[in-house]
Each structure stands twice: as structure tokens, then as C-alpha cells.
Design a protein around this ligand. Structure first.
Ligand code: NI
Length: 254
């Protein structure tokens, strides 16, 4: 069965039919789902989902664009929630220089604090990095401890940068973007990288694959991503599913 390693089912896009969508996932061969926190509010809604559904695990973390809301007090709350049952990683955390706010110094401060927390709790971490390749790599490199695992979610950089992370033993999260016709760079990365370091992800409700590009995404559409990975690597669909599910279980230690 398929393992979706990065979802946001607590997003308001699912408010009107969340239960139906989640109940339907087994009909699409989806076995396990990880719901990823991105703000203080979503830590709570993620925890609620993990309690309600057996097959949903969660992560705790604040997305770089939301780090303006962090304080010592709220960080203490985040730290406590990271220890809850079924919380399997710290994320999504990182740097996003695409937007001007919050400024780089704030993003870096809280990225570092959350990376340190992952190290302290010996948990894997999920990286969001946009237009910030060099700073992200340097901060991870200086902070993570050997043997600790990270995934670069929605990997969007070059083959050269992929190589640096793969050498460190990290995983790359691959989703709908790989099906886009103009994603030549990402297709090259997927061709090049070992399947043993690839994690399947939707990032739903965002980034639906072709032929649903622009629509609301859900784990069921991973079949299109799997097909494209199988085509690029010239392997069977079964191999993609089995290997990436194994990778995800190893990464999240399930
Ligand atoms: Ni995400």
C-alpha cells in the first residue's frame, strides 16, 4: 500500500468533506498518511487527526513563513507537543526567501531552534526550502547530528544540490510537480537519485499532479506521481510503491 509522507488534511480546503475524503483513501490503496504541521494552530488540528484516525500520524513544527508568531512561550508548547504519541517528526521547518516576511533573521532563529529540538529529541525532520538553497544547506550541515535523518520536502533544486543531501543520507520528497511538463530539472533529479532515498508526498491540498494540476490535491492522486517515477526510472509501479513505502516506514521509524 502507498504511504503519503506529507499532507495537510487539516487545511480549510477539506472542511466541507474531510471525513469522506479520508474514509475513501483505502479505496485508492493508501495505507498510511502523515499530516504535517505548519503553524501553531495546525499543531492542534494535526494532533486531533492522529487521535481520530489509526492510519494518520503527525508532525510538529512551524513553517518558515509562520515563524513570526513564535515566542519563547509558544515554543515551549511546541516542544511539549512534539513528545506526544504518534508525532513522528519535527516539521515542516526551514527557510522561505520567496516572500519578504518574516525577515531572514527571524526565519533563521526559529529554524535553528527547531532543528536543535529534532536533535535533542532524536527525531527526523522535514525541511521546507524555497529560494534559499545555500542558507538551508549550511544551517542543516552545521546543526544536524550524524545518523539523524531529514527529508527535503517538495525538492525543487538542482541535481548538484540533490547530490549533497543524498550523500548525507537524506531523503528527497517527490510529489505532483514531477508530472508537470515544465519540470525538466526535477525529472532529471528523479532519474538520477536512488529510489531508496525517495519519499512520496502530495503536500495536499496543494500541488496536484497532471491531469488535475491546479485542482485540490489528495493522496489518491499519488498514482499519477508513481506512474511518472516508474517511467523515468524504467521500473515497475509495484517496485515504486513497495520501495517508497519501506523508505517512509524507515524514515518515520514506524
Ligand atoms: Ni507542506
Amino acid at each position: 500500500m502507498i504511504f503519503d509522507t506529507h499532507t495537510h488534511y487539516d487545511d480549510k480546503e477539506f472542511d466541507h468533506d474531510r471525513e469522506l475524503v479520508l474514509a475513501d483513501l483505502k479505496n485508492h490503496n493508501i495505507g498510511t498518511v502523515v499530516n504535517v504541521s505548519s503553524s501553531l494552530a495546525s499543531i492542534k488540528t494535526t494532533l486531533d487527526l492522529t487521535k481520530k484516525y489509526d492510519f494518520i500520524y503527525g508532525t510538529v513544527g512551524v513553517h518558515p513563513s509562520e515563524t513570526g508568531e513564535l515566542t519563547e512561550e509558544s515554543f515551549a508548547y511546541l516542544q511539549e507537543q512534539a513528545k506526544q504519541e504518534k508525532i513522528v517528526a519535527i516539521g515542516e521547518i526551514g527557510l522561505d526567501y520567496h516572500w519578504k516576511e518574516p525577515d531572514k533573521a527571524i526565519q533563521k532563529t526559529w529554524f535553528l531552534r527547531q532543528l536543535s529540538l529534532a536533535k535533542e529529541l532524536d527525531m527526523p525532520f522535514i525541511i521546507h526550502s524555497r529560494d534559499a538553497a545555500e542558507d538551508t544547506f549550511n544551517m542543516i550541515k552545521s546543526e544536524y547530528s550524524n545518523g539523524q535523518n531529514g527529508v527535503i520536502h517538495c525538492f525543487s533544486y538542482s541535481k548538484e544540490i540533490a547530490k549533497k543531501y543524498l550523500t548525507m543520507g537524506f531523503y528527497l520528497g517527490i510529489g505532483g510537480v514531477v508530472t508537470f511538463q515544465n519540470s525538466k530539472k526535477l525529472k532529471e533529479v528523479v532519474e538520477y537519485m536512488p529510489l531508496s532515498q525517495l519519499l512520496l508526498e502530495t503536500d495536499c491540498p496543494y500541488l496536484a499532479p497532471v491531469p488535475y494540476r491546479g485542482k485540490r490535491n489528495f493522496s489518491g492522486y499519488l498514482s499519477y506521481v508513481i506512474e511518472e517515477i516508474a517511467r523515468l526510472k524504467n521500473i515497475s509501479i509495484e517496485t515504486v510503491i513497495e520501495t517508497t513505502t519501506g523508505n517512509a516506514k524507515k524514515f518515520y521509524r514506524l
